[in-house]
Design a protein around this ligand. Sequence first.
Ligand code: ARG
Ligand code: ZN
Length: 884
Amino acid sequence: KEIFLKDYKLPEYYFDTVDLSFLLDEEKTIVSAKISVVPRVDGAASPLVLDGVDLKLISVKINGNELKEGEFHVDSRRLIITSPPSGNFILETVTEILPHKNTSLEGLYKSFGKFCTQCEAEGFRKITFYQDRPDIIAKYTCRIEANKSLYPVLLSNGNLIEQGDLEGGNHFAVWEDPFKKPCYLFALVAGQLESRDDIFTTCSGRKVALKIWTPPQDLPKTKHAVYSLKAAMKWDEDVFGREYDLDIFNIVSVPDFDMGAMENKSLNIFNSKLILASPETSTDADYAAILRVIGHEYFHNWTGNRVTCRDWFQLSLKEGLTIFRDQEFSSDMGSRTVKRIGDVSKLRTYQFPQDAGPMSHPVKPHSYIKMDNFYTATVYQKGAEVVRMYKTLLGSQGFRKGMDLYFQRHDGQAVTCEDFFAAMRDANDANFANFLLWYSQAGTPIVKVTSSYNAEARTFSLKFSQTVPPTPGQSVKEPMFIPVAAGLLDSSGKDMQLSSIYHDGKLESVTCGSQPVYTTVLRVTKGEEEFIFSDVPEKPIPSLLRGYSAPIRLQSDLTDNDLFFLLAHDSDEFNRWEAGQILARKLMLSQVVNYQKNNALILDPQFVHGIKCILLDSSLDKEFIAKAITLPGEGEIMDMMEVADPDAVHAVRTFIRKQLASELKQVFLNLVKENRCSEKYVFDHTNMARRALKNTALGYLASLEDEEITELMLHEYKTATNMTDQFSALAAIAQKPGKARDDALANFYNQWQHDHLVVNEWFALQSSSDIPGNVENVYKLMSHQAFDIKNPNKVYSLIGKFRASHVNFHAKDGSGYKFLGEIVVQLDKLNPQMASRMVSAFSRWKRYDETRQDLAKAQLEMILSANGLSENLQIALLSPSSRP
Ligand code: ARG
Ligand code: ZN
């Protein structure tokens, strides 16, 4: 059942047109499909194999004739037409499905009384018999019939070409999509929905009708969604020259959705938490996420839909690229540095551990059993870093040329990552050496760099050596092509002008026309390699991997003094942040050792001073300051340890936060006061930055035991006029157990109990709490009236977020593991995809001490022994080294 990339074969049959017809009903839905089939090789009458899961076949016809027994086979996964006629033919099937019984949230299912679909990756086979693979691209029509009062709105892809009323209270609509598409982009929605309508005029003057559909009561919360969509449409025209290609664009918001959103052609379907927003109920982070994801799904129209993937191994072709595009979009709409910091943190928090564990796989995986399990941080986030490296190497204009060639060559096709690579290379006549290894080799490269200055020769040398750690199935690795953006700072902290570099026996000048150059991209391609800068007048401090130019772990020989210098002066703001993070990691690791030896913890005064300087530097962006004073996460520190020790890391992080708060109390207090804003909520960078800094400062202060601070937090909570401020104050109050916490949480629930999305945040805040023994609270919340295990958002909030508290999830008594184990078994019966995502928290159990290993192993064994385990979950558990 394992599918291998190397086994890819062209399909035996292509589909040209697909006419679907749905008769939606309460008890069952009848799906009729009429497909025009074209053999790839004329005359070769090999069997036609169609995927189909949970379908009841009613009839199958070829060229109008009903097939008899023996002319086809049907089992639980496919329908095989044994000997189809040679030449083109028409295949017609009628099937019956049961959407109201479908809790898997893929295929056609019901959410709060509405019909909706999710087909990517392999959900279409739960709707009708089909060659469910992305290289089958066809033109679709879709007729939907349903009861008019229950389902007044009937939507599918493309243009509405016909609609009308029928006898017996039914009505119908016929949609036609003029663009060929793979079946994973098919969508259907039916229900009681209303739309917020707007118009976008494209660069060529076409008017596109925009419609955001929600249940009537949610309509007021769709303003930001429309704003985001229009901004995305404009941005794709400006930056990539991509114009929208139909006269209508629909987005539907549904409360039960497994993931964030889905880019179905002209009918995007979204998890409601990524559509609905209002200042009173949504935080800045929610607003930013909506902007980003609406952009993401919209950008897929070109990167994913017009040009799609040949097979699912190529998933990163569309996802890595589209994540890159949404990152750039968000950067242009806010602060580039802050966005970059956020994206790199995300990579480190989610992708690095994956790449270092049993699930490690290349950006383009070599094999899969269940495709759903491959929607990973590696395919998405590392994939986006790979795309970013092309841009780093080619510059904005070269990258744009590559994109243009990619669309020119492949519009309307299903292609591979190599095709993308070739377009980038050919458009620029570039030499990309062994760059393709980024797609095939798993693991995070480790790059060591040592530097030396020769005063006599006025040269500065950087010596690189790289290794890629072994990963499951790939024990031997080759050196990668790593672009290292670098600059040199002089003793006053200014960038030195770069002139030439001696490398590989050649002296290359670093020029860019007549412009002075301060940053150059070194192309590190070998296991060991040296670059020598010439004409360097004094010993410089190197600023390496500027903007995080490659997804690697860099180990340099910079001293603490160098790092403090970079923190204070680097012109590359990303590297200022990075210098602070490296210092913080070192500090935290040294204190972890102290903690484990039962020594007293200490905080280096130079570190406090560095933080203070950042806090008081009024030339810095406020959101940048908020990021720069935030310590690396506990997971990041544990990753750097031989044996991960959650208790020690938590104690150290808590200690440093508290120490900083007490030493810099007055600075933090001033920041809170200076950055309050009483005006109306505005979602723009300036206002978000103020709130971010104020609330980060408040978070620090909350770690102090202090009457004055308790008063302050309560004041902030009560006077908040938007959710960003209210929720931050609540989170600050909730840091410590006690009456203030209990009261605030109860008050918040009372105020917001009518709003699902806010209640979910309330769940998340409590379940992710580090307060000792919190698992008991989480058990209690499981039976709270607002919790519902069938709803993915609630599961993520309460169960998913519990895993974010390392001390509680990895509690030494095994209570956290036991909790997750029980839930996973329960969840698997309802929604296997969700169960396998939840269980991933166990995947690195071997990183912990023996006691914890035994406890985790016991839970993994318990899950494995449960009856009727889903395929998704079995595979998630059996990845090589998580196997107990
Ligand atoms: N293509 C969707 C996106 O925008 C995600 C689909 C995820 N599907 C899944 N089975 N996990 O990224
Ligand atoms: Zn996507």
